[in-house]
Every structure is written in C-alpha cells, then in structure tokens.
Design a protein around this ligand. Structure first.
Ligand code: ZN
Length: 398
C-alpha cells in the first residue's frame, strides 16, 4: 500500500476520511468534532477533523508508557503549557493577556506571544511567577521555548517551581536544549511524539527509550537504504485506531526515527515498536558533499560538542555549500568559528564550503516552530528509502 500524505488529506477531505455513515455537518452541530488547521511545518497547512474525546484518550494511553507520567498524570492534574500560540493556546501579540484568560479547564498557557524574540524579562518573570502559583504536575513544553526561559532563569540567578514531569513536544529537542533546561529544572523529562493528525504515537519511558502507543495506532517502519542510515533509521507511517470520526491509514507523518537495535527496554514494556530515539523531521535532513543523507539528530550530535552555544541553525545552500548560524556569548569567535568549521567538515566532507555567521538571536519559522536545519533545494525522501521494503508512490500509481 502507498503512503497517505497531507496532499491526500486535502484531496479527500472530509468525506474520504470519515467512517461510513458519519456526517461532518452533524458532528459539528452536535459538538462531537471540530475542524482544526495545522500550522504546516512541512508543506502546506492542512485541515483535520478533530475529535477531542479521542485525542484525550490517545494521550491518556500514552501516559502508561512512562512510570512518572503514570503517577503524576491522573487526567485531573494541572498542566502548564509553554508553546508558541500559533500551535496551541491564545494569541495576543500586542496586549498582555491576564492569567485567567490563558487558563482553560486544567491547563495554563504560559505564553501568548507568537514571536519569542519579543519576550522581555518581565514576560519571563511572569512565567516563573505563574508556575509558582499554578504548581502544575506536568509542564508540557516546546523545547526551544523552555530552553529560552531557562537561559534567562540561569543568567538572572532565579529559581523556578519544579513540576513532577516535563514533557517535550512540538519540536525535536536538541542537546543544547537539554543542557540549558537541566540547569534550571531537576525533574524527569520525557519526549512525547505525535501529531495533530494521528494523536499520540510514541512516548519516552523512564529508561529513555520510546514506546509505541499500541492501543491507538499502528506504525509501519520503512528503512532508509543502508548507505543512508538503514536498516535502523527510517520513516514511519501511522494508522490510527478507535477514532469514530477520522480514519488515517499509513499516514506519512514526515518524521524519521531510529529503531532500537536490541528491540527491548529495561523498563520491561513490550508490544509495538521500540525506538532508541527520534531522528528529526524529514524536512530537516541535509546531505553530505557525497550525497549521503544526514538526519537532524546526526547533525545535532556533531554540533553539540561545541561549547557555550545557545542556539544554531544550519542552511545547506547547494550540494557543497553550508552556512551555520550561531548564537553564543563567547568572545573568542575566531576560535569557535574554526571549531564549528572542523565539526561540519568532518560530517559533510573535506570539500564542504562552510561559512559561520554569528547572530544575536534566531527566530522560529512562520509555523511557530524552529527549523534547525534545512536545504535550499528540494529533497524527495522516497529516493533514500530502501526499495526492498518501500516502493515509490509513483511506481505504485503506475
Ligand atoms: Zn522502556
């Protein structure tokens, strides 16, 4: 079977995605469903049928995959969310929204501003104060935004309320994000992987591996060719279960993952796929000068050896041209630039033409999420899949 894509959702929306006998207008009138537009971090934005009841159930099932979440997430617990309001919450860029206008049942949205570069010390002091007052059991955070808040907490010598668990979602957490966040928080962190379309797909357990939310989805794994990271690195296609209002089969979520080579975890959980890690979005892959695929994780592992870097972004401008943007308080820029150059040359090849640009800050993309790496030219991920396991969509259609 071919992969189902965002384009397919657009072309078949809504009737082709509904179970037999369901009527979108009736669902909207009865309040069982909403229509939700995704921010479109890859390709164009897409409208989905949103069934809150199913979403909540999918989330709840994912908590059983982490023992800390099992203990602190009761379903009635308080949760603070630090996200870009373009992705979730309430947008208010001009006026400040008071706390009560950012509360919705058991949730508190800490940030109403779409541009994190506009955060002032007062805005971040307010977040710190509200965490103290609200005392959430869980802090769900976009890692780049939480890292930003933590850099402020550490540099200003402040302390912050410690929730029972921090859950990363929305973005790939880089090693710098972890380092910065662990300077302000000393609590367990779990990465939750899912999307608006398919709900909660993987949850990181207390031992660090990611387990599939088997009650709510099936995951098909398609490895990359061996020379590009296969057989353990590949893309995933997700088929959702139990949603009475929305059916997706083999949906290409646009992410790469790494299967755990042992296929077992010391936590003892079995069933479904076990990942050692996610590898970042397909839209974030870059290529070496020799044409080998480099995932965001591989790039992040390489760049993370640099010291005192707050943020970075890599743009691949052509086959052998790379531009690294760095934000760092270091004053020895020439040394840092040379170190960065050597790190990237080792990864991308000796003939790589590397430039390092120092920035005062880096803005997220228009979707509200950060893009850590990107190519200026299109890459079709299907060209890198192992053809023994995955056929190109065009081959199937023909
Ligand atoms: Zn485990």
């Amino acid at each position: 079977m071919p992969a189902f894509t965002k384009k397919d959702i657009r072309e078949n929306f809504p009737q082709g995605l509904l179970p037999k006998g369901r009527d979108v207008r009736r669902g909207l009138t009865s309040g069982e469903i909403d229509l939700v537009k995704t921010s479109g971090s890859t390709g164009d934005a897409v409208t989905n049928i949103w069934n809150q009841k199913w979403w909540d159930a999918s989330e709840k099932a994912s908590w059983s995959l982490n023992s800390v979440a099992t203990n602190v997430a009761t379903g009635e617990h308080r949760e603070a969310i630090l996200a870009n309001p373009r992705n979730v919450g309430f947008i208010s860029d001009e006026a400040e929204l008071p706390m009560e206008k950012r509360c919705l049942s058991r949730f508190l949205y800490l940030n109403e501003k779409t541009d994190p570069l506009s955060w002032t010390p007062e805005h971040m002091d307010r977040m710190i104060r509200e965490l103290e007052v609200f005392r959430p059991a869980v802090l769900e955070a976009n890692p780049s935004l939480l890292a930003r808040l933590c850099r402020y907490i550490v540099s200003s010598g402040k302390t912050v309320f410690q929730p029972g668990l921090i859950v990363f979602t929305y973005e790939y957490p880089t090693k710098f994000h972890y380092q910065q966040i662990l300077q302000a928080f000393r609590v367990p962190i779990a990465s939750s992987y899912g999307t608006t379309e398919v709900g909660y797909v993987f949850m990181q357990c207390e031992k660090g591996k990611l387990h599939q939310n088997v009650q709510y989805c099936r995951v098909d794994f398609q490895p990359l060719k061996p020379e590009h990271g296969g057989p353990h690195v590949g893309r995933i296609l997700v088929t959702t279960f139990n949603n009475p209002w929305y059916i997706l089969v083999r949906f290409d979520v646009g992410d790469l993952v790494r299967l755990d080579e042992e296929g077992a975890c010391p936590c003892g959980r079995q069933g479904g796929l076990i990942l050692s890690t996610t590898e970042g979005r397909s839209a974030n892959v870059t290529l070496t000068c020799g044409g080998r695929l480099v995932t965001l994780r591989e790039l992040d592992n390489a760049v993370s050896v640099l010291e005192d870097v707050e943020q970075y972004r890599l743009d691949q401008l052509s086959r052998d041209e790379y531009r690294l943007h760095l934000v760092s308080p270091r004053t020895d820029r020439k040394t840092l630039s040379g170190q960065a150059d050597r790190v990237l040359e080792k990864l991308y090849g000796e003939e790589a033409d590397i430039s390092v640009v120092f920035e005062t800050d880096i803005a997220p993309s228009s979707s509200g999420k950060y893009s850590i790496s990107e190519t200026s030219f299109p890459i079709n991920l299907e060209d890198f899949l192992d053809t023994r396991y995955a056929r190109k969509a065009t081959t199937i259609a023909g």
